[in-house]
Design a protein around this ligand. Structure first.
Ligand SMILES: C[S@@+](CC[C@H](N)C(=O)[O-])C[C@H]1O[C@@H](n2cnc3c(N)ncnc32)[C@H](O)[C@@H]1O
Length: 265
């Protein structure tokens, strides 16, 4: 295996307090550190932790397609790995959740014969489970990027929780711009094909700071189109119904198990 390696880590959502000891160790041991964080305050914190780290933010440019920006980020990270450096790439949240350059950097490094790993971290959805009291073990959880959900008419189950990411930037393929309320309205109209106008939904933002509560704003689906969205807004749509248990499958499970399946299932 050639010299040079890549470790991709995440800071968690709340900077400074959700960095795992494993990720901190990877940052401290690296020859070169590259980072892309969401908050100016998080960048200040990170530069104290890793003073010689290089920001990947300059790759964002007005008019540049997001895909092209990501190619440039991956190239910068891989360039250092190819020079035989032990590189750590740091992203906010979980580095592998809605963060394509991180996955691409790992794939490319491995394809070129280098050792490359990604470490897990706290994502926005992990914070949502905690802050909104949602347990995906109860009736599952469907999680989609909002533009993908809309344009591909993803088949989903309104009787299970639905998490929609990047609702402020529906249809945006370039650098993040101002959130578009009109594009969000198209998503809301689509959701109204499946839920009542009075169905309650939540615009959720976990606190990105070490202190401070999450922003949890509840609306009816009919009202939510007027909600002010931020870059970090995630839309949570609770289940609208309970799915009945299939009697035939229950009977087959009862026959297959020593114990009958409990009634409450
Ligand atoms: C490019 S993705 C990055 C996700 C991040 N890697 C993670 O692990 O959560 C950005 C989207 O994540 C969600 N997100 C990021 N920060 C958030 C926060 N503080 N609260 C709620 N959702 C957040 C929003 O849907 C936002 O549009």
């Amino acid at each position: 295996m050639p010299a040079g390696s890549l470790t991709v880590v995440g800071t968690g959502i709340a900077f400074g307090v959700q960095l795992t000891p494993q990720a901190r160790m990877a940052i401290e041991r690296a020859d070169d550190v590259f980072y892309l964080l969401a908050e100016p305050a998080a960048e200040v914190w990170f530069r104290k932790l890793s003073p010689s780290a290089h920001s990947l933010r300059p790759h964002y440019a007005v008019g540049r397609e997001r895909a092209e920006t990501y190619v440039r980020m991956v190239e910068e990270i891989l360039g250092a790995v190819r020079e035989g450096r032990n590189v750590c790439a740091v992203f906010y949240g979980h580095p592998g959740v809605f963060a394509s350059p991180s996955h691409e950097a790992v794939r490319r490094a491995r394809a070129e014969g280098f050792s490359a790993v990604m470490l897990p971290a706290v994502s926005a959805e992990d914070c949502l489970f905690a802050d909104l009291g949602v347990d995906p073990g109860e009736s599952g959880c469907q999680s989609y990027e909002a533009t993908d959900f809309l344009l591909r008419r993803r088949t989903f189950d309104p009787a299970a929780p639905l998490v929609l990411w990047q609702v402020a930037f529906i249809g945006v393929t370039g650098a993040p711009v101002e959130p578009s309320p009109h594009a969000f309205g198209v998503l809301v109209d689509h959701l109204l094909e499946f839920y009542e106008d009075s169905h309650r939904v939540i615009v959720y933002e976990a606190s990105p700071y070490p202190v401070g509560a999450a922003s949890i704003r509840e609306f009816t689906l009919g009202e939510v189109r007027a909600a002010e969205l931020g870059a970090m807004s995630t839309l949570y749509v609770p289940p609208a119904a309970v799915t009945p248990v299939d009697a035939g499958l229950r009977a087959r499970l009862d026959a297959a198990n020593v114990e009958p399946v409990p009634e409450r299932l």
